[in-house]
Design a protein around this ligand. Structure first.
Ligand SMILES: [Zn+2]
Length: 232
């Protein structure tokens, strides 16, 4: 007891000099708040995709490939709190932000009971980019989802062979022809017959996620579901 009191006092003392700030608005966090303040959590545009059979994101991606369910946690907007959070996750060495957001969406998915995947696979980064950043931000989001959904995630099933995202600029036919040059399924047995939850940080055109979905289908997965932090 005395020990935990000491720890708490020490942590208060430390936070006087190194204030714990909200990654979205930079205000100091109150006691009990973690990474993002309550106000920002309430103000950020959260979607209700997790409880919709044909969510806006699902309908949009269905034009590209067969997708069972799709859920974004937030709507993306430039210069918004959502963008600051994503910036912290990708460029400010804050991997814990990804895990926290994964837990938030994961809890919503569990409560809604619509999406029932077997395994979570994050969109892989090219090894050189992962080395530079120190982590794959989508894998951190997957980690948080995995905790709440109580299913495994793996960052090693798919390998990314090409660094640039040039496939977004190509037409649909070229993109499909190039899929096997961009991504490679290293462990087909873990994918075969499985309902996959494919996760990314931000879904914009959907080209990257389509390429991954396509190669998973080629390797015999049963179903593709999508989760992302933000839909742009
Ligand atoms: Zn805030």
């Amino acid at each position: 007891m005395a020990n935990s009191l000491f720890t708490e006092l020490f942590s208060d003392f430390v936070s006087l000099f190194f204030p714990n700030c909200c990654v979205a608005c930079s205000d100091s966090l109150a006691k009990g708040e973690e990474l993002v303040c309550t106000n920002c959590m309430l103000e950020m545009p959260q979607t209700s995709h997790h409880k919709e059979i044909n969510s806006e994101l699902q309908v949009r991606l269905s034009n590209r490939f067969e997708v069972a369910h799709a859920a974004a946690l937030f709507k993306f907007a430039k210069s918004s709190r959502v963008q600051y959070i994503l910036h912290a996750l990708k460029y400010k060495n804050r991997p814990e932000v990804g895990v926290m957001l994964g837990k938030v969406l994961g809890q919503k998915i569990v409560d809604a009971c619509i999406m029932k995947p077997d395994i979570i696979i994050p969109i892989p980064l090219h090894p050189s980019r992962k080395r530079k950043r120190g982590y794959n931000q989508s894998a951190k989001f997957a980690e948080g989802l995995s905790v709440k959904l109580n299913i495994p995630f793996s960052d090693t099933i798919i390998a990314r062979l090409v660094k640039t995202e040039t496939q977004t600029k190509k037409n649909k036919l070229n993109r499909w022809q190039n899929v096997s040059e961009v991504f490679h399924v290293k462990d087909p047995l873990t994918v075969k017959g499985k309902r996959i939850l494919l996760v990314d940080d931000v879904v914009t055109t959907g080209a990257t996620i389509e390429a991954c979905a396509h190669i998973l289908k080629q390797n015999g997965c049963a179903e593709i579901n999508i989760a992302c932090i933000a839909e742009a």
